[in-house]
Design a binder for this molecule. Structure first.
Ligand code: B12
Ligand code: SF4
Ligand code: SF4
Length: 229
């Protein structure tokens, strides 16, 4: 199943990130027939592969071009393996995809909220969870500690010009005000300074166009009140 899925996802620059078996305490969305999922696989991207595929295949003139391109791709793949896709960015309410990720693979909450991966650093995202009605064999969960445990200087926490990182939360409005201002040109065009300050996963750093694209999307999301109280 994992190899087949990876083959199906490769063209879009995605891959299987890991999975877990559902336990009764999980508030898992129901399957389309009202049944309960037994196993879950997360799919996502790391580094620039998805961006390259997007640039080659997507219609940039469409509204929400990344979602408009990727969603049908994922739905098609899910149908081929008889799974139901759940999209982390659909909501509110949002599915707790970062908690699911920590069960699926060695990722850990970084001081700036984004999950850190020992290889990909902060340069990876979850695009969907595939819910299966039957128990499937999961890829092995690799054991690796959080890189943050041994990162003494924690530069991610000292470079944000908007002081947007609070002990347990992210001040999205402080971030977006800075990024939109004249002084925010570095974050706006080259991506979040705090994320870029992290020494882990440098090989997976997004290129400038990708950084700017995601930053523009983040600004639009904050403006619309998406995910904010
Ligand atoms: C709404 C949302 C946003 C909003 C507001 C988020 C906010 N107020 O913190 C906006 C648009 C600002 C945003 C921005 C970004 N987001 Co966002 N976002 C989400 C979304 C859809 C829902 C988050 C939520 O409210 N969940 C509700 C419950 C379920 O969440 P939670 O577990 O309690 O945790 C959230 C917060 O409480 C907070 N948090 C929890 N504990 C802690 C601890 C600390 C120290 C901090 C700082 C934050 C923090 O972080 C979580 C997400 O913000 C998630 C996807 C998802 N389904 O979770 C993506 C998600 C968290 N975002 C993601 C990303 C990549 C980003 C951006 C980097 C995008 C960009 N390029 O600009 C920025 C960076 C923001 C940052 N530094 O945290 C990824 C992170 C991937 C990863 N590796 O972990 C996710 C998981 C989406 C995905 N499909 O993978 N996001
Ligand atoms: S800079 Fe250090 S503490 Fe911050 S996310 Fe990277 S490894 Fe973790
Ligand atoms: S984009 Fe810039 S202002 Fe926003 S959190 Fe990152 S470093 Fe701070």
């Amino acid at each position: 199943m994992i190899d087949r899925l990876n083959d199906l996802l490769k063209g879009a620059g995605l891959f299987v990130r890991g999975g877990f078996h559902v336990v009764p305490a999980d508030d898992m969305p129901l399957l389309s027939d009202g049944g309960t999922a037994v196993s879950v696989l997360l799919i996502g991207n790391a580094g620039g592969d998805m961006w390259e595929a997007f640039e080659a295949q997507a219609d940039r003139q469409r509204r929400n071009p990344l979602d408009s391109w990727l969603r049908p791709e994922i739905e098609r793949v899910a149908a081929e393996v008889d799974a139901m896709p759940v999209f982390p960015n659909d909501g509110p309410p949002f599915v707790p995809v970062q908690d699911w990720a920590a069960r699926a693979e060695p990722v850990y909450r970084s001081p700036i909220g984004i999950m850190i991966h020992p290889e990909f650093g902060l340069w990876h995202v979850y695009r969907a969870a595939l819910l299966f009605r039957d128990r499937i064999e999961l890829p092995p969960r690799l054991a690796a500690p959080s890189p943050c445990d041994t990162c003494v200087k924690k530069p991610c926490l000292t470079v944000c010009p908007a002081d947007a990182f609070r002990p347990d939360s992210f001040d999205a409005r402080a971030c977006s005000s800075h990024v939109e201002s004249a002084a925010g040109i570095n974050c706006r065009e080259r991506g979040c300074l705090a994320r870029r300050a992290c020494p882990v996963g440098r090989d997976y750093l997004y290129e400038q166009d990708q950084q700017a694209f995601h930053t523009t999307a983040m600004l639009a999301a904050v403006k619309s009140g998406y995910g904010l109280d």
